[in-house]
Design a protein around this ligand. Sequence first.
Ligand code: SAH
Length: 332
Amino acid sequence: MMTREEILHHLTAPSAANLFAEARQIRQSTKGNGIFLRGLIELSSICQRNCLYCGMRHDNPKVHRYAMQDDEIVACAALAAQLDFGTVVLQAGECERLWTRERVSTLIRRIKAETGQKVTLSLGERSEADTAEWKAAGADRYLLRFETTDRTLFNQIHPGSPQTDEHPRVAQLLRMREQGYEIGSGVMLGIPGQTLDSVVTDLLTFQTLQLDMVGLGPYLRHPETPLGQSALTSEVPVSVDFTCRCYAITRLLLPNANIPSTTALSTLDPINGRTQGLSSGANVFMPNLTPAFYREGYQIYPGKICVIAPQADSLDALKATFTTLGLHQQNG
Ligand code: SAH
């Protein structure tokens, strides 16, 4: 059991070298040297929400809006199988008209039957009936970041969110756990208005929820969003070091969790981001399998690594990083 004070100390101590070493050791004992690769497929950039931080928000007129066809999506999953990945992550802007219950069910069935890949869904806030049917169709996991446990901040940055006592995203995660999903969540680090104290609560909440997967990335300003244009700052640093401290603390709190070294971390530091991430307890990497001609439309934050530097996203470079760190790709 880690106390709030211990976590705060890990977040702010002058050096985190010991913390990172301990996290690596725990990963080694729970996961070995294998790194899971999950193929990210960004189904569409059409979104009906207006999250204040996200470049894909409905009111940003400068986004190239696209939606992939089912055959294209299944072809991306087939590529994941060919590359020996094991899992695909279907992620999209929130749009129920486009991603209907029936259409997503059909997609899940096709991907499982035609490619054998496991399916993680990341389609935002959806009803209990939708996620139940998708589970029945064969979905394995659902990824829904709660973004922050600070309800005032959450409501500020998610206009139109229900004013319930319970955090709407946490409520959905708990429902999906009951439905048999492996559940993944996480937060952004350095959101304007976010406090260090609330990050401590976020980290402890990962443990309370016993998450199977935890995705953590630095908040990156998008100039075409209200939050990106505001002068508000955060007590929480947007840095590789701070993000990696959070990976390491998460590994200590949840030794068995799957923790990706995120694209946002690689975008913040294209040279060292993923190496640092994999050296602080992360055990998952999510290469982007979205067809190149769609990727520019999915700019949740600017300069997303695969758009500006395709070579940094290459599988060979990734595997070379694994080798340098004594790690290797593992199907799962
Ligand atoms: N519509 C889906 C997918 C959203 S994109 C959903 O809401 O779950 C996936 C994640 O990207 C979000 O959960 C958020 O944590 C992150 N994200 C969005 N905008 C960002 C930004 N400006 N900087 C860093 N991360 C961002």
